[in-house]
Design a protein around this ligand. Structure first.
Ligand SMILES: Nc1ncnc2c1ncn2[C@@H]1O[C@H](COP(=O)(O)OP(=O)(O)O)[C@@H](O)[C@H]1O
Ligand SMILES: [Mg+2]
Length: 342
């Protein structure tokens, strides 16, 4: 009797609050994974040819053996410091890398290889980018028209006006050229373009810097809504806190690779649920946690260590860490690249 009573109570507690955190109840990670991935990136490497002294060529590896997947209805946040390869991953998926980039690995969209021909066909339609730089807007076209050309269904003018009002862009803004906009307004125009496109894969590359609090909230809410309507969303951010607000899973990038992919719930407490020492250190460095900065620097592509890329900064390092880059392995409903992770 004394044992049964608290159990009963517990059961009630679990059933009752069905309104909270709608997105997590709707999409537990194990259910998402049953669907075919919208995008799957396997073993992606990107390098640039660099000319050194005496016209010698050197391969500069900026992304190495990177893996991610995103399913319909899911937001995958990609977090990592500047230079970790986040934008290059986005550009590789869209097929807009510079022509001197060499790409290896496999990118699959809805189960079929994403060839350059398909990339060209789907770009701006099924696959939309909210770019990091506002310079992606056409400088010679009024912004209202730019958004209208991206509208997939219905009346383009109506759709453009609705989306502008949603992002606090006044009606007269539609007649302006990009150079007449503030940085924040230009960013809201970029988000609007992705929203009206009806894309099934949305890649938002640091979409919130420069936005006021209301627009950040609105932009994040809108990515969540797009996912809840079945889109797969990749939200690139160097800010874990923004990512945690709306993402289902977090991919942690370091020096051009994914060191961990974790369900958002694992970012809590002292980070005990996290798998990789770098993710734990990133979590611990937040002001609301221990505020402990990580000593050292992310290695440059020209000076990558031979083994684990985090080895020179890792507190758990052993001689085996420098032998080879650890393989990506599944661990507790996530992925990790560390031989010591348990
Ligand atoms: N066109 C290029 N040629 C050579 N190196 C590049 C080029 N573009 C990016 N890189 C390098 O690739 C790395 C990853 O860049 P990027 O994906 O833009 O980082 P992030 O978006 O995470 O800040 C950086 O070290 C950057 O200097
Ligand atoms: Mg970037």
């Amino acid at each position: 009797m004394s044992l049964a009573a608290p159990l009963k109570k517990e059961k009630k507690k679990l059933i009752k609050p069905k309104q909270i955190e709608v997105q997590k109840i709707m999409k537990p990670v194990k259910d998402i994974k049953k669907l075919q991935a919208t995008i799957e990136v396997q073993d992606l490497s990107v390098s640039f040819i660099q000319y050194t002294k005496g016209l010698q060529q050197k391969d500069l590896k900026v992304i190495s053996s990177l893996n991610i997947d995103i399913h319909p209805g899911e937001i995958l946040a990609v977090v990592g410091s500047s230079g970790s390869g986040k934008s290059l991953l986005a550009h590789a998926i869209l097929g807009i890398l510079p022509s001197n980039a060499t790409v290896t690995g496999k990118i699959t969209y809805k189960g079929e290889p994403l060839t350059s021909k398909r990339q060209e066909k789907l770009r701006g339609k099924e696959i939309a980018l909210v770019p990091q730089s506002v310079n992606y807007l056409d400088p010679l076209m009024r912004v209202g028209k730019q958004v209208r050309t991206a509208v997939k269904d219905g009346d383009p003018i109506k759709a453009q006006r609705e989306v502008f009002s949603r992002y606090y862009l006044k009606p007269e803004v539609e007649n302006l050229f990009p150079f007449q906009l503030s940085g924040g307004m230009a960013r809201r125009v970029l988000v609007s373009t992705a929203v009206v496109s009806g894309a099934q894969l949305i890649i938002a590359d640091e979409p919130t810097p420069g936005l006021d609090t209301a627009s950040v909230k609105e932009a994040l809410k809108c990515f969540r809504e797009l996912a809840d309507h079945g889109a797969a969303v990749m939200l690139i951010s160097h800010d874990i806190e923004t990512a945690l607000k709306i993402a289902d899973r977090i991919a942690v990038f370091y020096a051009g690779t994914t060191v961990e992919v974790a369900p958002v719930e694992d970012f809590k407490g002292k980070g005990e649920g996290l798998r990789h020492p770098y993710s734990k250190a990133l979590w611990g460095a937040l002001p609301q946690n221990d505020f402990m900065p990580i000593a050292g620097f992310q290695p440059l592509p020209s000076a990558l260590p031979p083994g684990c890329l985090f080895e020179p900064r890792c507190s758990m390092v052993t001689p085996d860490c420098s032998k080879a880059q650890p393989e990506a392995r599944t661990l507790r409903n996530g992925m990790v690249r560390c031989i010591h992770a348990t």
